[in-house]
Design a protein around this ligand. Structure first.
Ligand SMILES: [Zn+2]
Ligand SMILES: [Zn+2]
Length: 235
């Protein structure tokens, strides 16, 4: 634990009040029962690989057409309401302590058998420019906290990201896919290990697909993905 983390433990009343509403009595993740009840769990029929909502149990049309390089995605909640606000505060208001809330959620969501099979945790990288602007990579913060809880080592060097088109959010799905391909590069350091790729939010799923393709080419074995939340919009 470094100095700033020690200060955080000292001054942040972690076990005393809810990180959202400051109510006393919190659940292990750091939210009170009422706030936890406000979060929307993933419900209904979902694709067994990517978690997209589907009409009938099985795979979605895009995974049927071309299965991703990863085995499957896990996510804790829908990206809406309080969850959206917490992630926004984590990323843009420098509330780094929220990584502990999210790491607990990851632990509650991920099957123990998967964690024990996993050799490395790999955060989805951000570009150097964005990291400089924000001061940190939110996925890496979450990944390091999950590593602290599980003992699984982090490989932050496994993937890196070039600066891309900053207007990516405005592109439609096929343009976005083209735009995102080629942004990620992997260090040639994996030799068939099972890895868990970690990001804060999954929107279109293109980032996870692109990162997994790159990791696979760089020698990863089975790839699983975790995001704290995912959008339920259809693109
Ligand atoms: Zn609360
Ligand atoms: Zn799917």
């Amino acid at each position: 634990m470094d100095f700033s983390e020690r200060l955080e433990y000292l001054f942040f009343p972690w076990d005393v009040s809810c990180v959202s509403c400051r109510a006393e009595q919190t659940e292990p993740c750091g939210l009170c029962r009422r706030c936890l009840g406000e979060l929307t769990p993933l419900s209904g029929a979902r694709c067994e690989i990517c978690l997209d909502p589907v009409a009938a149990p099985g795979l979605c049309s895009s995974c049927l057409r071309k299965a991703p390089a990863y085995e499957r995605v896990y996510a804790s909640y829908v990206f809406t309401g309080l969850m959206r606000r917490l992630i926004h505060e984590f990323k843009f208001h420098n509330k780094r302590y929220l990584r502990r809330v999210f790491a607990r959620m990851a632990l509650d969501t991920l099957p123990p058998a998967l964690l024990s099979a996993c050799a490395y945790l790999i955060p989805v990288p951000v570009s150097r420019t964005r990291k400089r602007k924000r001061g940190f990579n939110q996925a890496a913060l979450l990944t390091k906290e999950l590593s602290r809880l599980t003992g699984i080592p982090v490989r932050e060097d496994a993937l890196s990201r070039k600066d891309g088109n900053t207007q990516t959010a405005l592109l439609d799905k096929s343009e976005r896919r083209k735009d995102i391909r080629g942004l990620y590069t992997a260090a040639d350091t994996l030799h068939g290990e099972t890895v868990l790729l970690i990001d804060d939010v999954c929107t279109t799923g293109e980032t996870l697909r692109a990162c997994s393709d790159t990791l696979k080419q760089a020698g990863a074995g089975k790839i699983y993905c975790y995001t704290i939340a995912r959008t339920d919009l259809k693109y």
